[in-house]
Ligand binder design. Sequence first.
Ligand code: GDP
Length: 335
Amino acid sequence: MDKHSRIYVAGHAGLVGSSIVRNLKAKGYNNIITRTKAELDLRNQALVNRFFAENEIDYVFLAAARVGGILYNQRYQADFIYDNITIAANVIHAAAEYDVKKLLFLGSSCIYPKMAPQPIKEEYLLSGPLEPTNEGYAVAKIAGLKLCEKFYHQYGKCFISCMPTNLYGPGDNFHPEHSHVIPGMMRRFHTAKLNGDEKVVVWGSGKPRREFLHVDDLAEALFVLMEKYDRPETINVGTGIDHSILEVAEMLKDCVGFKGRIELDTSKPDGTPRKVLDVSRIKELGWEPKYSLEEGLRHAYQWAVENRVFDTKIIELGEERQSEKADMHERPGAV
Ligand code: GDP
């Protein structure tokens, strides 16, 4: 990529996309192309084709997806599979049709088999059954990954993919139910501190182990991949370090300054028991994360407070689905 390349960041308003844009702008890239959900429905093939035909795009970061935490994923599997499969198929196909030089597609560590040996190596993909709570999402993301690989082999397209681990940071979704564990717990600790509550509830047994990467570290890894990686095999991006959910809850409690106790709600699902990536391949490219988890959590919390994310109205699951059904045709695929 040179500083004037036409770079399309799909999903620029989301956690990952916004971080990619910040990263590229800081490096002096001055031709970054974005479209809001209202401007371009990525689930609509004709609109996506027209967008590529009109914009002469050189590079694509494909970070648009419907994403959500364990409960949201579990409840809306049909939406997760449909939205993510159409976004991936439309954008990847259009990128091939309109001669994009290079495309980087984002998978996710949660699409590896539920019982994959740990740390998870790239070749474990499709070696066993998936985690049922996010099967819809996983099947769609696997299809996207395979599309890139097959376009690489059949048409010689430089379409690559990577597998980020669990992410957090500025721009995250802080909804109490839809979100992933870090922003979800952060909100609860923050609210409990303000209300002077005695306890905060953490979902599940507290025993599952997860690896967490600050999104700005991911954005730098994606930049390195765009610059240096030209292989069809997917590549893991993570820290290689995991923590139990209870340990993360304790860190968040300290970070937020909540003085009460933690209570576990074992009626909520645990999901995969352990998820930590083998990151030897990406390290060979010279990348490594800058944030420790403690530093990253402090940074994310500070961002959330400064941006008043805990003050905004919470849209309930039912309400959100209703409004989305109502304007299905105008809504974008990038959610
Ligand atoms: P996963 O990595 O796909 O399982 O996604 P999540 O980030 O949603 O959940 C990770 C783990 O954290 C699961 O074991 C959850 O049960 C647990 N957890 C604890 N408290 C929360 C919370 O407030 N929100 C979410 N999403 N998960 C939580």
